[in-house]
Design a protein around this ligand. Structure first.
Ligand code: ZN
Length: 166
């Protein structure tokens, strides 16, 4: 669908607002910005100074809204503008939270992959674990001799031995 990335530039103070919308609602969007303060306070702040440029920055055929938002966000990130919300309508301070959400989703994807690997290699991994346990057990249960009192005990009891006798 054909969409616009647009900007509103305040010629009195060089403040810039960046937005995006579909081509077929362009005139509605324009008049909404011009007449309605609630529509977007930041855009209205520019318009009320009554000395501005309101122009299309880019026209493109976007697959969906999300692709359009991504392009809008690209312009927001690369221009000094007064937007308090990012392209996805979130407050800028909430964007970091969103990044964390994506991070956790990626992490979940990652753990799903780990689970898949585990399911496919169950037997092999079980044997690894068994072997590790056995080796570790042998290590912990091996007999050692105390340097100080020459008593013999299992390695696993070394700490206890030192606490009691030394
Ligand atoms: Zn000892």
């Amino acid at each position: 669908m054909i969409g616009y990335i647009y900007y509103i530039l305040d010629l009195t103070n060089a403040d810039m607002y960046i937005g995006s919308c579909w081509k077929h609602i362009w005139s509605d969007r324009k008049s909404a910005h011009k007449t309605c303060k609630d529509y977007n306070r930041k855009a209205y702040e520019i318009i009320k100074n009554n000395n501005y440029i309101f122009e299309v920055l880019e026209e493109n055929d976007f697959i969906d809204k999300e692709e359009r938002f991504k392009k809008e966000q690209y312009y927001i990130d690369n221009n000094k503008c007064i937007n308090t919300k990012n392209a996805f309508g979130l407050n800028i301070e909430n964007v970091n939270k969103l990044r964390m959400k994506y991070y956790y989703e990626d992490k979940k994807k990652y753990s799903d992959r780990t689970k898949k690997y585990y399911d496919e290699n169950k037997e092999k991994l079980k044997n690894y674990q068994k072997e590790y346990k056995l080796n570790n057990n042998n290590f912990l249960k091996r007999r050692v001799c105390c340097i100080k009192c020459k008593k013999e005990f299992q390695y696993i009891n070394l700490k206890k031995h030192n606490n009691i006798y030394h």
